[in-house]
Design a binder for this molecule. Structure first.
Ligand SMILES: [Fe+2]
Length: 465
């Protein structure tokens, strides 16, 4: 693990001068950025919480410190400014400090970007980060904030090209250099450049085997190429390398369990849920962990595995987030918990909350919710209540816009499965034929997919004239 934190002078030597007189604040800024990029907590500084706290104690007026602190809250935890006066006060303080202090241009732009993000204008924020990167390609914080934002918005080519533009401008000796390959790998994989993605991911891992994001990118490559056995074996062999990266471990376990579900190894998938995912999502309460847990339960139920005893806790842990509406991707999974736990009344309340957000909210996710997210939630509701035709109609009209709700191609596959299962369950011949067509298309994209084969067997077993 990297621990030679950059002081004020070292940051200046990277052409990224920090407007703080405190060496300790600059060092703890580096420590926090490093953990954020690496998805882990470094015990030597007390984890991200510890380094953030030390940074702010060393210099309470550190503008980039406030940017980082607020950025991690907004991008990492999905806190909603309108429902969170404390976060609103922190944002206001950051803006006031930037106005009063003689900050550098790149720092001022970071404040602007975070201000835009806090208002829900994620795309606008990413444009500001890209503007910074044009002049300062080694600003890894701008790169990472942009990377995460593209992930939230389903901006897949942006996620790839953002890293590709700056990587040749880095030197191998620069701190965090290897992580760029993992980020590039994920952008390449999400844009179906699987050969290039595999090469980038393995390069990142050859430089740092504990890069959990590179492991994750490689897991996606295995998923998309139908290499479920290879993917499982790789995660098993390298588990001690990535499982210590606490912010991503749960998600890598999710990938592992998804391989098992595809192969029909339901006991193994449930074992991963119970031993690795359940303890993590119930402890962290982080939406990234929660959606993984929910998504697994939903997929298992498609396969005929009842998870009725597991839904209640997933539902309960989502309840504090039911009015956040930060990301439509999260909302869809909250809806799954309402229906999975048979909370029809709460589902109706949640749909009304989403409608209120569409009526009165603002920003990118308001528009995405109106155009796509609401239909997904209504389809989840309809499916559970046996209105399979409505679920199909809702999803068919938006299926190629679902990418805009964010998440990865592999994660959003749950909505493809919802559509296929709804069509399969419909008694109407037209929908039975549609199910076959959807499965032919699915097979076309991924040849080795036992789940597709099982679904096709079901489709062919249904009568079609
Ligand atoms: Fe993933």
């Amino acid at each position: 693990m990297h621990s030679n934190w950059r002081n004020k002078k070292a940051w200046e030597s990277f052409a990224l001068p920090l407007s703080s007189p405190s060496d300790e604040a600059c060092k703890m800024f580096d420590a926090t950025v490093t953990q954020y990029v690496g998805w882990y907590d470094d015990d030597s500084v007390g984890g991200i919480e510890g380094s953030l706290s030390k940074m702010m104690s060393a210099d309470q007026n550190f503008v980039m410190g406030h940017v980082l602190k607020n950025g991690l809250e907004l991008l990492g935890t999905g806190r909603n400014l309108k429902l969170d006066p404390e976060l609103k006060a922190d944002l206001d303080l950051m803006i006031t400090l930037a106005e009063k202090s003689p900050v550098c241009d790149w720092e001022r732009k970071h404040v602007q970007a975070m201000h835009q993000w806090s208002k829900g204008n994620m795309k606008k924020a990413s444009l500001v980060w890209e503007d910074i990167l044009t002049e300062k390609p080694t600003d890894v914080l701008a790169l990472k904030f942009a990377h995460d934002t593209y992930f939230y918005l389903g901006c897949l080519p942006d996620m790839r090209d953002s890293v590709a533009r700056v990587l040749p401008q880095w030197k191998k000796s620069m701190p965090l250099y290897s992580y760029l390959y993992g980020m590039l790998a994920f952008g390449q994989e999400e844009t179906n450049l699987f050969t290039e993605a595999e090469k980038s991911a393995l390069k990142a891992l050859s430089l740092n085997k504990r890069d959990a994001w590179a492991t994750h990118a490689f897991s996606h490559v295995n998923e998309m190429l139908g290499r479920q056995k290879q993917g499982s074996d790789f995660l098993e062999k390298t588990e001690t390398d990535w499982a210590s990266c606490g912010m991503l471990a749960c998600h890598n376990y999710w990938h592992w369990a998804v391989y098992h579900i595809e192969r029909g190894n339901y006991e193994d998938a449930i074992g991963i849920y119970e031993n690795a995912i359940y303890p993590r999502f119930t402890k962290s309460g982080a939406m990234l962990d929660i959606v993984d847990a929910v998504s697994l339960l939903y997929r298992l139920e498609f396969e005929g595995i009842s998870c009725s005893d597991k839904w209640k806790e997933a539902f309960e842990i989502c309840q504090p987030h039911k009015d956040d509406h930060i990301l439509s991707f999260n909302d869809a999974h909250i809806m799954m918990t309402c229906m999975g736990s048979n909370n029809q009344e709460e589902a109706q309340i949640f749909l009304q909350s989403l409608q209120n957000f569409i009526n009165n909210g603002e920003g990118d996710n308001r528009n995405i919710s109106e155009n796509v997210g609401k239909a997904i939630c209504e389809a989840i509701f309809a499916y559970k209540n046996g209105d399979f035709e409505l679920a199909v109609d809702l999803l068919m009209s938006i299926r190629y816009q679902i990418v805009t709700i964010g998440g990865s191609n592999a994660q959003r596959d749950v909505f493809n499965l919802l559509l296929i299962n709804a069509a399969l369950k419909s008694p109407l011949q037209k929908y039975q034929q549609l199910a076959r067509g959807l499965l032919y298309a699915r097979k076309c994209f991924k040849e080795n997919a036992p789940m597709t084969d099982r679904l096709m067997a079901r489709a062919l077993g249904n009568h079609v004239d």
